[in-house]
Ligand binder design. Structure first.
Ligand code: ADP
Length: 248
C-alpha cells in the first residue's frame, strides 16, 4: 500500500489560476519525499489536496488516494485524522488560549479521553522538544516554538502521513537540527515542501521538482539536486552540501 497516490491531478483556483497540471506520483509507507520548486510552483496547493482541503473537481476516478482511501467526502473525517498537515504559517493552525488545549484539540476530536489525553499531549510536546510547555500561551512563543506546537498537535493525533509546508522556516540552527532529527526518527510517511534544499539532501532520499504546477522531475535527491542545469531552470540551486561530494 502506498501512503500517497496521485494520478493526473489538475487544479484551477476560482479566479482561473491553473495551480496544478496533470500531477502524478506516489509515496510509499514510511518514505520521506522532498517537494521543491520556486515560489508559486504549486507546492502548498498540492499539500492541501492531500487531506481534502481543496475540492477535487468531480471526476469518474478520484485523482488522489491517501492511506488507501480516495480523498472524497465519505472518507474526509478519517483522512483528516490520519493525515497531519503542517501549515506554512503556524498562526493559521493555533487558535486555543494554551499550548495544552491546542495540542489536545485534535485527539479530543478523535474521541481520546482523560487520562490518555493528558499523556498524549505531554508525550507529543516532549517529542518536539517542548516538554513542560502545556500552560504556555501560544501567542507568547517564538515562531519556531509555535511551529513545533503545531507539529506536536499532529503527533498527538497519531498521524500516519505528515504533509509539511516549509517546516524549517523561522527556526534557528538548533531548532532546525532538532526538527530534522525528529522527522528522521518518525516512522511515518512524510512529504516535505521546502526551500531548504540542504534539509532535503539530509533527510529525503527522493525528491519531486514542481514548476508552474507540473512535476518537471522526480527521482533520487542527490542526482537531481546535483543537476545544475535542472536546478537553475527551475529557480533552484545546487546546495553547497553536495559540492563537497564528488560524483562517482
Ligand atoms: P507554492 O506553495 O509552490 O509557493 P502555491 O501552491 O501557493 O505555490 O501557489 C500555486 C499558484 O496558485 C500560484 O500561482 C499562486 O499565486 C496561486 N494561488 C495560490 N492560492 C490561491 C488562491 N487562493 N486563489 C488563487 N490563486 C492562488
Amino acid at each position: 500500500m502506498n501512503a500517497i497516490e496521485v494520478n493526473a491531478l489538475s487544479y484551477r483556483y476560482a479566479d482561473g489560476t491553473e495551480a496544478l497540471r496533470e500531477i502524478s506520483f506516489s509515496v510509499a509507507e514510511g518514505e520521506r519525499v522532498g517537494l521543491i520548486g520556486p515560489n508559486g510552483a504549486g507546492k502548498s496547493t498540492l499539500l492541501l489536496h492531500l487531506n481534502g482541503l481543496l475540492p477535487e473537481r468531480p471526476a469518474a476516478q478520484p485523482a488522489i488516494r491517501v492511506l488507501d482511501m480516495p480523498v472524497t467526502d465519505p472518507h474526509l473525517l478519517e483522512i483528516r485524522a490520519k493525515v497531519g498537515l503542517l501549515f506554512q504559517d503556524p498562526d493559521d493552525q493555533l487558535f486555543c488560549p494554551t499550548v495544552r488545549e491546542d495540542v489536545a484539540f485534535g485527539p479530543q476530536q478523535l474521541g481520546v479521553q482523560e487520562p490518555a489525553l493528558t499523556s498524549r499531549v505531554s508525550q507529543a510536546l516532549e517529542q518536539v522538544g517542548l516538554r513542560g510547555y502545556e500552560e504556555r500561551l501560544p501567542h507568547h512563543l517564538s515562531r519556531g516554538e509555535r511551529r513545533r506546537v503545531c507539529l506536536a498537535g499532529l503527533l498527538a493525533c497519531d498521524a500516519r502521513l505528515l504533509a509539511l509546508d516549509e517546516p524549517t522556516s523561522d527556526l534557528d540552527p538548533r531548532g532546525r537540527r532538532e526538527l530534522k532529527a525528529l522527522l528522521q526518527r518518525l516512522p511515518v510517511a512524510q512529504i516535505i515542501a521546502t526551500h531548504d534544499l540542504e534539509l532535503v539532501v539530509e533527510i529525503c532520499p527522493r525528491v519531486l521538482v514542481l514548476d508552474h504546477g507540473a512535476i518537471v522531475a522526480q527521482g533520487p535527491t542527490e542526482t537531481l539536486l546535483n543537476d545544475e542545469a535542472l536546478m537553475l531552470a527551475h529557480g533552484l540551486e545546487r546546495p553547497h552540501i553536495l559540492r563537497h561530494h564528488h560524483p562517482h
